[in-house]
Design a protein around this ligand. Sequence first.
Ligand code: F3S
Ligand code: F3S
Length: 105
Amino acid sequence: MTYVIAQPCVDVKDKACIEECPVDCIYEGERSLYIHPDECVDCGACEPVCPVEAIYYEDDVPEQWSAFTAANAEFFDAVGSPGGAGAHGPVAGDHPLVAALPAPS
Ligand code: F3S
Ligand code: F3S
């Protein structure tokens, strides 16, 4: 199981979550951040600090954002498992689900 970043993060990217993650498994894309499902240790530290409530335990992702569970995982098809977001740095681009969302006005 893993934690998931859902739609409220898109174009907000507060990044308070990054400071809390003990294993540095929250990676930055262009419009959103993504939690690596294999690197996340399910500690729950990130979830309460997000000011827009974008982070959910996998079983608790609201229905309207259910596709974000797969999106977080699929984002890493191209990235692999670097073992640390800080050392890896930001990733150019986003999962297609995020990239297709309307730009903020
Ligand atoms: Fe996004 Fe919330 Fe983290 S807005 S960057 S999930 S603190
Ligand atoms: Fe990291 Fe724990 Fe969240 S491992 S992604 S702070 S659940």
